[in-house]
Design a protein around this ligand. Sequence first.
Ligand code: PLP
Length: 400
Amino acid sequence: MTNMPKTLPIKDQFFLPDGMIYLDGNSLGPLPKGTTAQLTQMVEDEWGDHLITGWNKDGWMDQPARVGNMVAGLIGAPAGSVTMGDTLSVKVYQALSAALKMRPDRRVILSDNGNFPSDLYMAQGLVQQLGQGYELRVVDPEDVASAIDDTIAVAMITQVDYRTGRMHDMDTVTKAAHAAGAVMLWDLAHSAGAVPVDLTASNCEFAVGCTYKYLNGGPGAPAFIYARDDVAKAMQPALAGWLGHDAPFAFEPDYRPAPGIARMRVGTPPVMQMTALEHALGVWDGVDMQDLRAASIHLSELFIEKVEASCPDLTLVSPRDSAVRGSQVSFAFAEGYAAMQALIAHNVIGDFRAPDIMRFGFTPLYLDDDDVLQAVDVLTKVMRDRLWDNPMYKARNKVT
Ligand SMILES: *Cc1c(COP(=O)(O)O)cnc(C)c1O
């Protein structure tokens, strides 16, 4: 452990395949070196040798709180305010239902149409389940602050738009919510590990996010959930699982919530995933989030400048102003799917979001100027020589 700021990038701490330029860490972060050894140790020594005693001996039961504290450090939250588990969709549901219970005389969940569909689907499912006039109101992202009035129970907003990278100002939106008496729930899926976040300063009630994107926890890594201290002490969990009980091993017939954020735990934690994540979070030790942000803006600006100069058929759909852009850059192109497939075939990995968006993530932990310039060279070739115009690149895969 060291508090000396690390100089970015720290590529040597990641396994990156030779010759690959990976611009998709916003969707799935790469494998940190050492994660494999850590997992092997957990499987062989802990699971293998210790079996059931691992829950105590190896600290598996406390892992969601321990890892939660590591995440808390990256999002400006105090120790003890974050717990881990389940998927982000589940954590959205839990936060949203607890938020609605805090405003029993209000019926409206406000979100925006730049939100990730699963967040909207979870809200729709919850509204249906509750009945009683509950509704989800979805507005344009620019209209969020002005749409918050005294009918809104909770504003459920994802800070960074997964398609365009457009970024909400947490302070403005949270203040608008609180001025109208609404509860504020932030989804930090594309913020945690990408931009500096100060949850304590924001004063929001709830925040959630995932850890397989910028936090490099691996496919299926558990999500996080945060609640402000006063909220955590009073909130009523909709998913009242035994590990969110005050005394799980008392096996009482009736639910009594654990103190604080631990009541948002549900069932048995995924220890292997949690172990991979715990190791991956160690990589951040000594990384200054302001340095990371500066590097992210630099890489993004370089990419935008070079692509606009050499690929006239691509249209920037991310905000040009870096102050309102997360850590990704997106370009629209009618044949974007095929163009992305051609890029991937040439070992430059980004992804595609319907209907026409080519998305590139800039992750300063393991990317530098050279990577950006090489990626632009390949993209320029794909566009100039119409490499995308090949049936091979046009057949859609299940995951785009
Ligand atoms: C990535 C993402 C999700 C994914 O949810 P999972 O349940 O982890 O699959 C949800 N919401 C947002 C805003 C995301 O960016």
